[in-house]
Design a protein around this ligand. Structure first.
Ligand code: ZN
Ligand code: ZN
Length: 343
């Protein structure tokens, strides 16, 4: 099948990386022309795009346009795309494509495909337009605003999938470690699932906000008495922190035999170190989770619409300076709780 030529070529404005913007680097606005779509692709005009820590993996790659939490409208479609409509509101996340014909793709677990591509394989979502594989473009329920949809597409779907694939259910004692972009959605989603939810964060300054998101309890991870009081308590612990941490201390709070620690944040060292005893003696499970399949993402959007789960966001304009300001604040852990650029 051949490419579909756009009736009128579109000039996209993207926010390109120059050096490391968390240090002395910056962002530059860059223009590129989109003239055609490959089979299966759609062109989306972006209305809201947000900043996830994973975007930082693009830093030091000059010219890269990051972004993998977007909401927008379908502007054009390749001739073979049938189940979306021009003008339809849609959302896009981390995954760009998958092979669509492997053991994982064939059972609807495309996020596990070993030939998948992600936002880093091309110009991504910090832009006015993006080209994406239609299979990884999700229709959006009417009741969620564009600015709230964007953060759900990585942060929301990542935490939802972690709960789903580990069988988290009503009544479970769930701990959410680190109350940032992912963590605050983790608190809300677990609360709406009917879990008994504990927020774990450094210091007490996020206590009130965590309770507002649905936390029944709050643990200051620097307070040894708090940690001791929660010994072997949690059925499921979701670790969202992008920082290095003392895993043994967190493992001490996991229920013996069936308790699970699930990692969704990547620390700067790309490593976590565990003492072996809780794993052998208490049989706790250690696992991780990567975004979600298109089917689970659709389910997550419906769950959030039905249960009024909306991220708390800070709004920014769409330009290179605003991105630089927001990225520095994300890096300093100051954003409450997701930075969203509105177009
Ligand atoms: Zn992300
Ligand atoms: Zn595949």
């Amino acid at each position: 099948m051949s490419a579909t030529k756009l009736e009128t070529p579109v000039t996209a404005v993207g926010i390109a990386v120059k050096g490391n913007p968390t240090k002395d680097g910056k962002f530059e606005e860059t223009e590129y022309t989109i003239e055609e779509l490959n089979p299966g692709q759609v062109l989306v005009k972006i209305t809201a795009t947000s900043i996830c820590h994973t975007d930082f993996q693009c830093f030091n790659t000059d010219g890269a346009v990051p972004g993998h939490e977007m909401c927008g409208k379908i502007e054009a479609m390749a001739d073979d795309v049938k189940d979306l409509k021009i003008g339809q509101r849609v959302a896009i996340g981390w995954q760009r494509s998958s092979c669509r014909d492997c053991e994982f793709c064939n059972k609807g677990e495309e996020n596990m495909c070993q030939k998948k591509t992600n936002f880093q394989d091309g110009k991504a979502g910090w832009a006015t337009y993006v080209v994406w594989d239609a299979h990884f473009v999700a229709p959006v329920p009417d009741s969620i605003e564009d600015s709230a949809v964007a953060p759900l597409m990585c942060a929301g779907t990542t935490v939802y999938n972690a709960f789903k694939q580990n069988g988290v259910k009503k009544g479970d004692k769930v701990a959410i470690v680190s109350i940032g972009g992912l963590g605050h959605l983790g608190l809300m989603i677990a609360h709406k699932m009917g879990c008994e939810v504990t927020a774990i964060s450094r210091g007490m300054d996020k206590k009130e906000e965590a309770e507002g998101f649905g936390a029944n309890k709050y643990i200051d991870s620097k307070n040894k008495d708090h940690v001791k009081a929660a010994e072997k308590e949690f059925d499921f612990m979701l670790i969202t922190t992008p920082a290095d941490l003392d895993c043994d201390m967190y493992a001490s709070m996991i229920q013996p035999q069936h308790g699970v620690m699930c990692f969704v944040g990547v620390p700067p060292s790309f490593k976590f170190t565990f003492g072996i005893y809780p794993i052998i003696v208490d049989n706790i499970k250690i696992t991780g989770s990567l975004i979600a399949s298109p089917e689970t993402t659709n389910e997550m959007l419906k769950f959030c619409a039905d249960n009024d789960v909306q991220p708390t966001i800070e709004r920014f304009e769409f330009n290179a300076d605003a991105f630089l300001k927001a990225v520095k604040r994300v890096n300093d852990n100051e954003i409450r709780f997701r930075a969203v650029m509105l177009l």
